[in-house]
Write a protein that binds this ligand. Structure first.
Ligand SMILES: N[C@@H](CCC(=O)N[C@@H](CS)C(=O)NCC(=O)O)C(=O)O
Length: 377
């Protein structure tokens, strides 16, 4: 069992999804068959009843789109508060890169990107909240790892942000590289990949460290700010965000070393391919839109475009939306109401935002990055 997962036990077979076999009557001959006819009818009706019961029970997990439509809003799990990714103001308005993905999924389904209920979740409980059905999708700076899919029956739908683990230190610590951190104390959040990365890195480099673990980001930040630990270790994107909340941000520096791969993206439950498709293609549509130069400000022009790729994206050609259970203008709504990938990146975390994160790996593949979306066709 990986240590970044809380110990939870889910039933091996979900209720209602078990395979039940009915003993079918033998059919040795026509006469015998005739004498069995009333019983056959009974068995057949039983099968129909059971079949439809299984039909509704087994895909209970395969009904997310229907449930979201009936409820009239998407329920999206986000972090408790991470500047630029998901934070809430005094009036209860959520904003951020992860929040915008939730809004984009809502826009793909409804005429309104505001039809989202945000559920703040901490690192340790986020996957259980998704598995139990409390949320429809998790969009919370979560790293795609194999065990998070195999242990929980979940599936990552896309990589919306290519990240890696880094280190934040006081300038007065006088270190230039992670290899200078031998013997230092580290502030870490329980239930994150960060714990494992630091352990791996120090073991591999024959160095020692003392972990100081906390359940919440606020506690970590307070502890680090007050000098309870020398190093704050987590995803580099978060270090950019959290540095701004320190008493004197200018006295701290993010070291240049990145010690892990942290591909962050939305997560859904396994077993609902339609929902998985919608979440995945919402991200791809925003990346394709940026690549094609379609943005929230050019969408009206794009709707009149004669370019085949643009037409398929905005739904003036093909039935791509309908095939996914949506309307054909689903991506046009996402782009109009929320924006393309570049717009979302820049307004929340980009170089002109308070976080000031350069696009780097998250540039489009055509611009030297690795954001690459399969085509809509
Ligand atoms: N990407 C990593 C780290 C994600 C994570 O939860 N990081 C903490 C900070 S170390 C965080 O964002 N906490 C926000 C919160 O608890 O709401 C993972 O998936 O495990």
């Amino acid at each position: 069992m990986p240590t970044d997962l809380p110990k939870l036990s889910f039933p091996a077979v979900l209720p209602g999804a078990a395979c039940t076999r009915l003993p079918l009557p033998a059919a040795p001959g026509a006469r015998l068959l005739r004498s069995f006819r009333p019983r056959l009818v009974l068995w057949a009706s039983l099968l129909v009843v059971l079949g439809s019961a299984l039909g509704t029970a087994a895909p209970a997990a395969a009904q997310t789109l229907k449930a979201v439509r009936e409820r009239g809003e998407l329920v999206c799990g986000v972090s408790r508060g991470l500047l630029g990714f998901s934070s809430v103001d005094e009036k209860g308005n959520w904003s951020g890169f992860d929040v915008d993905l939730c809004r984009a999924i809502a826009a793909a389904i409804f005429e309104d990107a505001g039809k989202v209920k945000f559920v703040p979740l901490d690192a340790a409980t986020r996957f259980a909240a998704l598995k139990s059905g409390d949320i429809d999708v998790l969009s919370r700076n979560s790293t795609w790892t194999m065990s998070r899919e195999t242990s929980f029956g979940l599936i990552f739908a896309a990589i919306t942000y290519y990240d890696g683990q880094g280190f934040l230190v006081r300038k007065t610590l006088n270190v230039e590289s992670a290899l200078d951190l031998d013997g230092k104390s580290f502030c870490l959040q329980t239930g994150t990949t960060g714990e494992l990365n630091v352990a791996d890195y120090f073991r591999a480099n024959n160095m020692t460290y003392s972990p100081v673990e906390f359940a919440s980001l606020d506690e970590i930040l307070k502890a680090y700010d007050s000098g309870r630990c020398d190093v704050f270790a987590t995803d580099v994107s978060q270090l950019h965000a959290e540095r701004l909340r320190l008493t004197k941000p200018e006295e701290h520096v993010i070291l240049p070393d990145v010690i892990s791969k942290e591909p962050l993206g939305p997560v859904v439950r396994q077993g609902d391919d339609q929902w998985f498709t919608i979440v995945k293609w919402t991200h791809f549509a925003m990346v394709n839109a940026e690549e094609l130069g379609v943005s929230s400000t050019t969408i009206d022009r794009a709707l009149k475009s004669e370019k085949p790729e643009v037409k398929r994206l905005v739904g003036t050609a093909g039935d791509f939306g309908q095939q996914a259970g949506l309307s054909n203008d689903w991506a046009a709504r996402v782009i109009r109401l929320v924006g393309n990938y570049g717009e979302i990146f820049e307004r929340n975390i980009g170089t002109k935002s308070p976080l000031g994160i350069p696009r780097g790996l998250n540039h489009l593949w055509t611009m030297g990055g690795i954001q690459y979306a399969p085509p809509i066709r």
